[in-house]
Design a protein around this ligand. Structure first.
Ligand SMILES: [Zn+2]
Length: 177
C-alpha cells in the first residue's frame, strides 16, 4: 500500500521457547489464505493474533499469511511499551506490528482476536483521521484508540484492523463477498 518500511521499532528479547497449541491457529491459517487470495497481503504484509493466558500469539515478522504453519506463530509474553521492548518465547521474531496488537488487547478486554491486512476498501469500516508512520508508537496508539469504539477500522493510508472474541467473528466483520 505504498508504505515506507521503517523497520521494527522495538527491541525483542527472546526467552525460552514455548509451544502454542490452540485451535485458533488452524482457523487463522485458513483466514490467512483467504486474505492473501483477496490481495490484501502484498509483500508478505498483514498480521494476525489471538490472546492467550500468558499474553498473545502473533504471526512472525515476514511470514506469508497465505502459507502459514503453526511454526509461524510466536508467543509474545510481555510488551514494555515505555521502553519499547517485546518479550517473546522462542527465537522467531514477532510481527513488526506486535506493539499495536498489545495496545489493542489492552484497550479491549472483551476481544481475543485481531486481524490486520492491507486493503482500505471495506464497507462499514471507520477510517482514522490522521495517518501515522507505520510501526511507530503513534501508529499503534491511533489503532488502539479507534478500536475502543469500533470493531472494524481502517488505519488511514495503511490497512484494516478487525477485532472480535473469535476468529470467525473477526473475519465476518470484514463482510467480504
Ligand atoms: Zn500493516
Amino acid at each position: 500500500m505504498g508504505e515506507i518500511y521503517v523497520g521494527v521499532k522495538f527491541k525483542v528479547v527472546y526467552e525460552a521457547p514455548e509451544s502454542v497449541n490452540d485451535p485458533r491457529i488452524a482457523e487463522l491459517i485458513r483466514i490467512g489464505k483467504i486474505l492473501t487470495d483477496k490481495g490484501f497481503c502484498p509483500e508478505n504484509s498483514g498480521n494476525m493474533s489471538f490472546r492467550v493466558q500468558k499474553g498473545f500469539a502473533i504471526t512472525a515478522a515476514g511470514s506469508k499469511l497465505g502459507e502459514l504453519t503453526s511454526n509461524d506463530f510466536v508467543l509474545v509474553k510481555k510488551v514494555d511499551l515505555s521502553r519499547k521492548v517485546v518479550f517473546c518465547a522462542g527465537k522467531v521474531q514477532p510481527s513488526s506490528e506486535a506493539m499495536m496488537h498489545r495496545m489493542i488487547y489492552d484497550a479491549r478486554d472483551d476481544i481475543d482476536v485481531i486481524l490486520h491486512a492491507h486493503t482500505l476498501d471495506l464497507k462499514g469500516a471507520v477510517v482514522t483521521e490522521k495517518e501515522y508512520p507505520y510501526g511507530t508508537f503513534e501508529f499503534a496508539r491511533s489503532a488502539a484508540q479507534a478500536v475502543q469504539k469500533h470493531d472494524l477500522i481502517v488505519l488511514k493510508g495503511h490497512g484494516f484492523v478487525s477485532v472480535a472474541k473469535t476468529v470467525p467473528e473477526a473475519y465476518e466483520k470484514l463482510a467480504l463477498s
